[in-house]
Design a protein around this ligand. Structure first.
Ligand SMILES: [Fe+2]
Length: 313
């Protein structure tokens, strides 16, 4: 089975690339390349870009790409029904890609071989003085209300017409495995959402790189949100205050999720697309045992601001 290792990037259509770029810069991404038609943005480290916006007549989600572990994995994906041949991947860093669409028609590319970009340094995690363990002695913290710097694209969520079919599609093409399940409240036998992670054996990976959820209306499918990791809670709260000061639209946050445990903060971009900052999420390996969560919507937030009803549509 072909094996993926990471989410490479998400792609959005935008009627106004200037507005999109300004928002994502407030959000903590850095412009990697910009033309009149395309916007490529990156975070810290050496990944050439995490987020792509294309100038278009309509705003909205236009797909995503997942990195494959090896060239052989990309070739294996290209042999599957409905896949394109291997072709050059446009954008900074190049590489190769295979184009596909999910059962609901969402474009998903498999990517391999992007060239690393010159690194953008990330500040070290802040040393916190816990109740019983003091890590900062004769020193002070001075976090800023600033965009901060996004580290990486952590995950995205898809609302789909047939949950089982879409989960199988990602398992078969990217070797993803189930971390946890969302079930109908009170009924563990009826799964309506699956948190998927990449399978790297004993190595630790994010608890989920994708969340697939059953849409209540089979005609209303697409992205739920895309989500970026921040170094620590100071980075996340500093960005929160900065986004508020810039007049950006908060959806819900700050809070701590139940499944995956992340400290979350959800925003809407100028076109209504939902985008998340998170920090302190769970990591897992092949020793992890999936859990079935048959809980009410409000119980998916452990503390902090509960999402509005529309979050769960
Ligand atoms: Fe998320």
């Amino acid at each position: 089975m072909p094996q993926g290792i990471e989410i490479s990037y998400v792609v959005y259509d935008s009627t106004d690339l200037d507005q999109t770029e300004a928002f994502m810069q407030d959000f903590g991404l850095v412009t990697a390349e910009r033309t009149s038609e395309m916007l490529y943005m990156r975070g810290a480290g050496t990944v050439p870009y995490l987020y792509v916006a294309r100038r278009a007549a309509r705003d909205g989600f236009a797909g995503a790409a997942l990195d494959m572990a090896r060239r052989e994995d990309l070739d294996a994906v290209a042999r599957l029904p409905g896949a394109s041949a291997v072709e050059p991947n446009p954008g900074p860093g190049g590489g190769q890609r295979v184009r596909m669409t999910t059962p609901d028609g969402v474009p998903i590319d498999a990517v391999w071989g992007r060239e690393p970009a010159p690194p953008i340094a990330l500040r070290a995690p802040n040393p916190y003085n816990w109740g019983t363990a003091k890590n900062r002695v004769n020193a002070s913290l001075r976090p800023k209300r600033a965009p901060g710097l996004v580290m990486r694209l952590g995950h995205f969520g898809l609302r789909v017409s047939d949950h089982g079919q879409s989960v199988a599609w990602f398992r078969e093409r990217f070797g993803m495995v189930d971390s946890d399940y969302l079930c109908v409240p009170g009924d563990e036998s009826r799964v309506v959402g699956t948190f998927l992670r990449f399978d790297r054996g004993a190595a630790l990976v994010d608890h989920h790189s994708m969340l697939i959820t059953q849409s209540k209306d089979a005609r209303d499918t697409g992205v739920h949100h895309h989500s970026y990791e921040m170094q620590d809670i100071d980075e996340l709260f500093g960005a929160h205050d900065h986004l508020l000061a810039r007049g950006r639209e908060l959806e819900c946050g700050v809070g701590r999720h139940l499944v995956g445990s992340q400290i979350f903060d959800y925003w809407r971009d100028p076109f209504g697309n939902r985008v998340e900052h998170y920090t302190d999420g769970d990591v897992a390996n092949d020793a992890y045992q999936p859990v079935r969560y048959a809980v009410a919507a409000d119980d998916t937030t452990q503390w902090g601001m509960d999402p509005p009803r529309t979050f769960f549509d």
